[in-house]
Design a protein around this ligand. Structure first.
Ligand code: ATP
Ligand code: MG
Length: 404
């Protein structure tokens, strides 16, 4: 038997109502803020992610599904920011009135070790906002994430916030981190040794317990908590915090939060839940003012986030499957088909028994699936009537066909 691939899952009809709920809430909440949906291709040139996501990241190094076709290297998208930025540039969105505000949803692919909350094909919903340097855009995006979670009944998730500063701040910080970790290097894990050369800030993101222990040393903590960001970046961050205060959005500063992707500057944030186990982040995002330029566009500030829909799904209560409105009961299939369609045309969800089984069997089926039975037996057909039975109360009434 051929089975679904490791790290992939069928979304079955019993769960699909939850997915509709997540998708409808996204359309509703983001439309109110005038964000428009964009749908970009599932695969892109490998180069887009190598340049866009960054070739020192785990995603590009270990997690991409890459294949060759007609001598071109293609990759199933591991995230959608790079694709949306490509579309922004390619479709000349910089000529539109700014800001350009977009949202997306859809499958992403990463070759990771499957475990609870981690799949190889998973789904993200996300927003991207182009054209605004001011912290009001960062506040708008974080607010949208919160409102989206609220719309799904999630009110107590924790927001962690940090500022990585601009390129200058990061260079300064990177040098300081490298300096203070120089003597610890032999003790760090292999990943961190690699990051030390390629992307030292990512070291702080290490989940390895022995590395985390090392970071607790006083002199390292001093560097982590030092005030390395410049005055401009500082005031941008203060403005954002002020806006979040006004919006009554609680947050926690996490100086270790650097995020896995290379393109962030200034604001980074994650939203976490205590009900998710070890993969506890539902949402990650931040500002990426240099990405549009990196990918060949004009310098354009941007900020956005992505949420994992499987993790989101595990936090929201299952939507109770509803009965259909009506079940047409008849031993005359032509009449059943006709009445069924008549009722559907009136906007109702309606089924009938395709096998023309005995009345009792059909009634049993109706009672299990529908709110009302529309009964067309010999008497009804002869008199041009229909008997309507409320399947909850068993009340019933015979109507003329024209009265339906
Ligand atoms: P993590 O630390 O969990 O690996 P990440 O930093 O790689 O997350 P992002 O690239 O920021 O994740 O993606 C945003 C969100 O997408 C995550 O917070 C998570 O909810 C979800 N996500 C990421 N990778 C997976 C995966 N393999 N399976 C399911 N959900 C995922
Ligand atoms: Mg990851």
């Amino acid at each position: 038997m051929i089975k679904a691939q490791k790290g992939t899952k069928d979304i079955l009809p019993a769960e699909v109502d939850n997915w509709h709920k997540m998708e409808e809430a996204a359309l509703d909440v983001f439309s109110k803020a005038n964000f428009r949906e964009i749908r970009t291709p599932i695969f892109e040139a490998t180069e887009l992610f190598a340049r866009g996501v960054g070739d020192s990241t785990d995603i590009v190094n270990k997690e991409m599904y890459t294949f060759e076709k007609s001598e071109r290297s293609l990759t199933l998208r591991p995230e959608n920011t790079a694709g949306v930025v490509r579309a922004y540039i390619e479709n000349g969105f910089s000529r539109l009135p700014q800001p350009v505000k977009l949202w997306y949803k859809g499958p992403m692919f990463r070759y990771e070790r499957p475990q609870a909350g981690r799949q190889r094909q998973f789904h993200q919903v996300g927003v991207e906002m182009f054209g605004v340097y001011e912290a009001s855009a960062d506040a708008e995006c974080i607010n949208l994430a919160v409102k989206y979670l609220n719309a799904l009944g999630l009110n107590d998730l924790e927001i962690e916030l940090n500022s990585l500063g601009c390129k200058d701040c990061r260079d300064k910080y990177r040098t300081a981190i490298k300096e203070v970790l120089k003597n610890e290097l032999p003790e760090l894990c292999d990943d961190c040794k690699y990051r030390y050369e390629k992307n030292p800030l990512r070291i702080l993101d290490c989940k390895n317990e022995s590395c985390k222990k090392i970071f607790e040393k006083k002199e390292i903590q001093e560097v982590i908590y030092s005030d390395y960001i410049c005055d401009e970046c500082k005031s941008h961050f203060e403005e954002l915090k002020g806006y979040l205060h006004v919006l009554k959005i609680p947050y926690k500063i996490n100086k270790l939060l650097v995020r896995g992707l290379d393109y962030y500057n200034r604001t980074v944030f994650e939203i976490k839940s205590n009900n998710l186990g070890s993969q506890n982040a539902v949402c990650g995002g931040g500002r990426y003012d240099s990405l549009v330029e990196t990918l060949g566009g004009a310098p354009t500030p941007a900020v956005g986030w992505a949420m994992g829909m499987e993790r989101l799904n595990s936090l929201i209560p299952p939507v109770v499957q509803k009965n259909i409105d009506a079940f047409v009961i008849s031993e005359n299939m032509a009449e059943a088909l006709k009445l069924t369609q008549e009722l559907r045309d009136k906007g109702k969800s309606v089924e009938f028994d395709y096998g023309a089984r005995k009345f009792k069997k059909q009634l049993d089926k109706a009672a299990k699936t529908a709110n009302y039975a529309y009964i067309l037996l010999e008497d009804e057909l002869k008199n041009n009537t229909v008997t309507v039975k409320n399947l909850l109360t068993s009340e019933q009434k015979t109507l003329r066909r024209s009265e339906i």
